[in-house]
Design a protein around this ligand. Structure first.
Ligand SMILES: Cc1cc2nc3c(=O)[nH]c(=O)nc-3n(C[C@H](O)[C@H](O)[C@H](O)COP(=O)(O)O)c2cc1C
Length: 395
């Protein structure tokens, strides 16, 4: 029997670890060590469940719940997000505890009914609504479009905890549950990767919501997200980090991504990298087809500039580059510089098309696209180095 794990007095983790998932949310977010779907149970005069788990793991979630119910039942289920990794198990759990009152946002009602049961009597929540369960009270805050219309979070002043759902999530799978034995930089980097891959298109609502929450002056001892470890030692640090994430705060960094068959475009990428480095910049270089896209997204989040290169294949750019451009376009980035580059054989236009697409995606061109005919000469590589040095110094 799986057991609930005590987080603090009367608060239990009743979630699951999905150790084998490597494609979180499909191809959007490749992960290295699996993921957790966190659900929490709060024992009071009334018993309250925060979120559920993916459907296939529902039995395990119920086992953990049963291990602390002591013959009682669940009184309230708070659906903080209707996405299936948090709500897939709802139907079975609700069938098991049919007297529970179910609470979610207005959009949550729509999303739950469209996905699961049309006739569940949901209770609609809006920002500022509260629920008292005995000695504990819960205040709800809608988190519209972070990252779905139905997202919300919950604060309990007596417990000093925030049930944050996807906000502050990361894909750390740790059996100790909290950040206490983990390196701060590692935890923040994991949260940054999560933000870059799930939340980056919604920086404006994140910034506004963060300000609204900070103005509430909440006394927070722990943040309990729906993925990964619980924030306990690094609560202030992760909130500070989120301020930087939400503004896509830039560091002195350039990210160079490319695709290359015969290494001509790769040679350009390497010359540019050396030029930017000589200008004092931190440089990251990735061949897209062999790099986890979630790493690239994380690294470009705080870059000042992104250079994108491709060889020309069948008069087009490489598919990995085209799909990268679609992805970054959806992130609504608007204050980074861009540079397109690439080698061609007999059709010269692809690098300039790439430059136009980068511009459409919100990157202001730092120079005209580099279009290299086949193998770059020493002199041409030297010119690319000098161009990067010049641009790097001006950033
Ligand atoms: C499968 C394939 C298809 C190609 N198709 C074109 C093409 O349609 N037009 C063109 O100008 N060059 C084409 N080329 C030539 C490459 O663009 C050229 O060799 C370039 O230098 C390759 O850059 P890379 O080494 O970075 O891949 C093709 C090369 C390959 C491997």
């Amino acid at each position: 029997m799986k057991q609930a794990i005590k987080i603090k007095e009367n608060v239990y983790w009743v979630g699951v670890r999905d150790l084998n998932v490597r494609d979180f949310h499909g191809e959007l977010y490749p992960v290295e060590e699996g993921a957790t779907y966190n659900a929490y149970l709060v024992i009071d005069d009334q018993i309250t469940l925060f979120d559920t788990v993916e459907e296939e793991f529902c039995g395990e979630c119920i086992e953990r719940i049963e291990s602390v119910l002591d013959g009682r039942s669940i009184d309230n289920i708070i659906v903080q997000h209707a996405e299936p990794d948090h709500s897939g198990g709802f139907k079975k759990i609700y069938e098991k505890y049919p007297n529970a009152k179910v609470y979610t946002t207005k959009a949550g009602v729509r999303h739950m009914q469209a996905q699961y049961i049309e006739d569940t009597p949901f209770n609609e929540l809006k920002t500022g609504d509260t629920l008292s369960t005995g000695k504990y009270s819960f205040t709800f805050v809608e988190m519209n479009m972070i990252h779905w219309p139905d997202n919300m979070l919950t604060y309990c002043p007596e417990l000093k905890v925030v049930f944050s759902n996807d906000a502050f999530g990361q894909h750390i799978v740790n059996y100790q549950m909290t950040d206490e034995n983990l390196d701060k930089h590692y935890c923040i980097e994991q949260a940054k990767e999560y933000f870059a891959n799930i939340v980056m298109p919604y920086t404006v609502p994140v910034k506004n919501k963060l300000n609204q929450i900070l103005a509430m002056n909440l006394d927070i001892e722990m943040i309990l997200p729906a993925h990964g470890i619980i924030w306990k030692n690094y609560v202030t640090d992760i909130i500070e980090a989120y301020k930087d994430f939400a503004t896509l705060k830039q560091s002195n960094k350039v990210v160079i991504v490319y695709e290359s068959v015969w290494k001509h475009t790769q040679q350009i990428a390497e010359s540019l990298a050396e030029g930017f480095a000589a200008a004092g910049m931190d440089v990251k270089v990735y061949k897209l087809s062999i790099t986890r896209s979630s790493i690239v997204m994380k690294e470009l989040m705080d870059a000042k500039m992104v250079c994108v290169g491709t060889g020309t294949y069948n008069n087009a750019m490489a598919p990995s580059v085209a799909s990268f451009l679609e992805r970054v376009k959806s992130c609504k980035i608007n204050d980074k510089k861009g540079l397109a580059f690439g080698a061609y054989g007999w059709f010269r236009n692809v690098p300039s098309t790439l430059s136009d697409k980068l511009k459409e995606a919100g990157f202001e061109p730092a120079a005209d696209a580099i279009a290299q005919n086949f193998t770059p000469s020493e002199g041409e590589l030297d010119n690319y180095y000098k161009l990067a040095l010049e641009i790097g110094k001006s950033l």
